[in-house]
Design a protein around this ligand. Structure first.
Ligand code: SF4
Length: 223
């Protein structure tokens, strides 16, 4: 990732206040994928594209009984993996990404999911969102995970004005304390699903409304 951006002390304090308020309001927030090891999280994040975490959790209960190692995925019979992940959608592309990624993990990384960002990004079907999730959750290397909820909530809260994930990630890295990158990302997702929804954000009950410029902005745009 290219150069870091600068944010003012005031902007950082506001972001930190939002973080603390969300943590106070929802202390139980965490990654909603039920994984037990880095390989499982990698597979689950690939499956989660255009699918809900709840469905991925259901599908993976059986999937991980059958496939326990990267080698198991590589050796899946033709069509079998596709059938096993069918309910997650885009099963052909996802099965290819899983097989190819596991092949590389076997050939280059001795069967273990790599921790290095570039090595993760070299795996087919793995972008910065997945790489940051795996590194942050499994290896204690914090990363900003920009998904559709994070993108929307971060924009409404005025943390970024960008719409492409790379620029948003840069803005949030500059704004949020590094040790909170992963958890703050989970808060954005949780808040986006529960309160700051796409069509009808519940600003009246939002715990971070006092730091959010969006209600005033949206009222102004209606006039
Ligand atoms: S005040 Fe409204 S727009 Fe701002 S974060 Fe809360 S729900 Fe979202």
């Amino acid at each position: 990732m290219a150069q870091r951006i600068r944010k003012s002390k005031k902007q950082k304090e506001r972001a930190l206040a939002v973080f603390h308020r969300l943590r106070e309001a929802c202390p139980e927030v965490r990654c909603t994928l039920d994984y037990k090891n880095p390989l499982q999280l990698l597979i689950m994040t690939i499956l989660a594209a255009q699918c809900t975490d709840a469905r991925v959790n259901i599908v993976c209960r059986d999937l991980f009984q059958k496939y326990k190692t990267a080698e198991d995925f590589v050796n899946a019979a033709p069509g079998a993996l596709e059938k096993d992940i069918y309910a997650c959608g885009f099963y052909n592309q996802k099965a290819r990404a899983i097989r190819d990624s596991c092949g590389l993990i076997m050939d280059v990384h001795h069967g273990e999911v790599p921790q290095d960002m570039d090595a993760l990004l070299a795996l087919p079907g793995v972008g910065r969102k997945i790489a940051n999730a795996v590194r942050g959750e499994c290896f204690g290397k914090p990363g900003v995970i920009v998904d559709t909820h994070c993108k929307r909530v971060a924009n409404r809260l005025g943390f970024t004005r960008h719409t492409d994930p790379t620029h948003i990630e840069r803005d949030l890295m500059a704004l949020w304390p590094e040790e909170h990158w992963t958890l703050f990302s989970h808060f954005m997702v949780f808040h986006g699903r529960a309160v700051c929804r796409t069509r009808a954000p519940q600003c009246d009950v939002c715990v971070v409304a006092s730091w959010c410029p969006w209600p005033a902005r949206s009222q102004k745009s209606k006039r």
